[in-house]
Design a protein around this ligand. Structure first.
Ligand code: RVP
Length: 489
C-alpha cells in the first residue's frame, strides 16, 4: 500500500495495564507529576478549557486538590482576565493585591464586591492607597440603609496590622491574640500592601496538596487561540496572574499555532502549553516552537465529532505513544486530553507517556462547573457541550478559531465538530477527584509503581480484544447498586 495505511491505532478500551510485582500500598504511591516545564502538580489532573467545565470555581477546586484548571476562552478578554483574577484572589498564603473599597462607596457597592469575590469584607483605602479602615459583614449586617457610605460604618484605623514580609507564624499569632479575622499588611507610609485572613490558614490546612505559586496563591491556566487578538489576550491573562497559557486549538500541527507559541515564549513569563496534536511530527513541531508542555488528542473527546465530520484523528493511546517519541527525549510533559471515561484510563494514558490528563465529561457534572442543574425524570444533570458544537460557536463566539472557522459569517455555514448534551450531576469536585486519584493509586499498587516516573519507565500495556473488553466490564449480572466510580456504557 506504499505506507498509505498505518497499522491499527489503539485507545483506552483496547489496552490494559499488566500487573507486576509490588511492594507498596496504594496509599504510598506518589501521584505528583509535571504539568509543564516549570509547574508541578500533586495529582495529574487538569480540567478542560470548555465553557461547561472550567470557570473560576472549577479552577479553584482543581488547584485545591493538587491539579489545575484551564479557564475557557469563549468570553471577552476582560471577562476571562477577571476569571483569572478571581482564582488568584481566592484563598492563599497572602493576598498581594487585595480587593479594596473607598470611604465614599456605599454598602450596596461593598455587598456587590463581596458577592463577586466571595469575601466577607474589604480593607478601605484612600486615594493614595493608604489604609483608613476595614469594613466587614459584621459592620454591615444590622445596617438597613444600603446607601450609607462605607466611612460611616467601617472600623476605622488604628487597626491591627502587620508589616509587609511578616512571617506566617507571626501573622497567625496576631490574628489569634487579637481575635481578628483579617490582617492588613502595610508599608512604612501606611499604604495597604497585602492581606492575610484566618480563612487562608484554615484552607491551607484543609488542602495541603493545593497547587500554589511562589506567593502561595492557587495556580491557574487560561486558554488562548491563534486569532488576531490572541497575543493581547495572552498578555492580559498573564498580567492578571495566569501561571500558564494554553494555545488551545483543534489542530496544533499548524503554522499559526507554532508561530503563536514562539511569540508567546519570546514575550511572556508564563509557561506556554500548546495543542492539540496526535503524531510524533506534530509533537516535534510544537517542541521546536518552544512549548513547555504539549497537549495530545485529535477527536477522542466524548462530545467531539471531528473523527466523523472530518474523518480525522488517531486513537488516543497510540497518539500519546507517538507524541512521547518526540516529547520523552525532549523532557516536555504531555497532557493526554479527552476520551477518558473511567479512573483506569488515567494510568493507561500515563504508561503511554502522558504526565497529566485533561478531563471534560468526567468533570462537567461537578457542583463547581458552570451552568445550572437540570432535573429530568427526578435525576439531576448538568449541561456539557463541545467547544466545536453549534451552541458554542454560534453568534459572537470567541472560540470559533479553535476550528479555524473565525471568518465564517453566518450560522448555517458553520461546520460543527462537536455536540451538545448533558452528564449526570456528580456532587462536589473533591469527591470526584478522590475517586479518580484513588483509582490511580490502585493502579500504581498493581503496577508496583511508587512514582509516575516508574509508570513511564516500567509500565506495560497489553492489547486486548473485544472479548477481553467484555470481560473487563461487569457482565452477566444486572447491576442493582450504583457505584461512585462506575457507570454503564
Ligand atoms: P472528554 O473528557 O472526553 O469529554 O473530552 C474533553 C476534550 O474534548 C477537551 O479538553 C477538548 O480537547 C475536546 N473538545 C472540546 N470541545 C470539543 C468539540 O466540540 N469537538 N472537543
Amino acid at each position: 500500500d506504499g505506507g498509505k495505511v498505518l497499522p491499527p491505532g489503539l485507545t483506552y478500551d483496547d489496552v490494559l495495564l499488566v500487573p507486576s510485582y509490588s511492594d507498596l500500598q496504594p496509599g504510598e504511591a506518589d501521584t505528583a507529576s509535571r504539568l509543564s516545564r516549570s509547574i508541578g502538580l500533586r495529582i495529574p489532573l487538569l480540567s478542560a478549557a470548555m465553557d461547561t467545565v472550567t470557570e473560576a470555581r472549577t479552577a479553584v477546586a482543581m488547584a485545591r486538590q493538587g491539579g489545575a484548571g484551564v479557564l475557557h476562552r469563549n468570553l471577552s478578554v476582560e471577562a476571562q482576565a477577571d476569571q483569572v483574577d478571581l482564582v488568584k484572589r481566592s484563598e492563599a498564603g497572602m493576598v498581594t493585591d487585595p480587593v479594596t473599597c473607598k470611604p465614599g462607596d456605599t454598602l450596596a457597592d461593598v455587598e456587590a464586591l463581596s458577592a463577586h469575590y466571595r469575601i466577607s469584607g474589604a480593607p478601605v483605602t484612600d486615594t493614595d492607597g493608604r489604609l483608613v479602615g476595614m469594613v466587614t459583614n459584621r459592620d454591615m449586617r444590622f445596617e438597613l440603609d444600603r446607601s450609607r457610605p462605607v466611612h460611616e460604618v467601617m472600623t476605622p484605623m488604628p487597626l491591627i496590622t502587620a508589616p509587609v514580609g511578616v512571617s506566617r507564624d507571626d501573622a497567625f499569632r496576631l490574628l489569634r491574640e487579637n481575635k481578628v479575622e483579617k490582617l492588613p499588611l502595610t508599608d512604612p507610609q501606611g499604604r495597604l500592601r497585602g492581606l492575610i485572613t484566618v480563612k487562608d490558614f484554615i484552607k491551607s490546612e484543609q488542602f495541603p496538596d493545593a497547587t500554589k505559586d511562589a506567593d502561595g496563591r492557587l495556580v491557574v491556566g487560561a486558554a488562548v487561540g491563534v486569532g488576531a487578538d490572541s497575543e493581547a489576550r495572552a498578555h492580559a491573562l498573564v498580567e492578571a496572574g495566569a501561571d500558564f497559557v494554553v494555545v488551545d486549538t483543534a489542530h496544533g500541527h499548524s503554522a499559526g499555532v507554532a508561530e503563536m507559541v514562539a511569540k508567546l515564549k519570546a514575550n511572556s513569563a508564563a509557561d506556554v502549553v500548546a495543542g492539540n496534536i496526535a503524531t510524533r511530527a506534530g509533537a516535534q513541531a510544537l517542541i521546536d516552537a518552544g512549548a513547555d508542555a504539549i497537549k495530545v488528542g485529535v477527536g477522542p473527546g466524548s462530545i467531539c465529532t471531528t473523527r466523523v465530520v472530518a474523518g480525522v484523528g488517531a486513537p488516543q493511546v497510540t497518539a500519546v505513544m507517538e507524541a512521547y517519541k518526540a516529547a520523552g527525549p525532549a523532557q516536555v510533559p504531555i497532557i493526554a486530553d479527552g476520551g477518558l471515561q473511567f479512573s483506569g484510563d488515567i494510568v493507561k494514558a500515563i504508561v503511554a507517556g502522558a504526565s497529566t490528563v485533561m478531563l471534560g465529561s468526567l468533570l462537567a457534572g461537578v457542583e463547581e462547573s458552570p451552568g445550572d442543574l437540570v432535573f429530568i425524570n427526578g435525576k439531576q444533570y448538568k449541561t456539557y457541550r463541545g467547544m466545536g458544537s453549534l451552541g458554542a460557536m454560534r453568534g459572537t463566539s470567541y472560540s470559533k478559531d479553535r476550528y479555524s472557522q473565525a471568518d465564517v459569517a453566518t450560522e448555517d455555514k458553520l461546520i460543527p465538530e462537536g455536540i451538545e448534551g448533558q452528564v449526570p450531576y456528580r456532587g462536589p469536585l473533591e469527591t470526584v477527584a478522590d475517586q479518580l486519584i484513588g483509582g490511580l493509586r490502585q493502579s500504581m499498587w498493581y503496577a508496583g509503581a511508587r512514582e509516575i516516573a516508574d509508570l513511564h519507565e516500567h509500565g506495560q500495556l497489553m492489547q486486548i480484544t473485544p472479548a477481553g473488553l467484555k470481560e473487563s466490564h461487569p457482565h452477566d449480572v444486572q447491576m442493582t447498586v450504583e457505584a461512585p466510580n462506575y457507570h454503564g456504557r
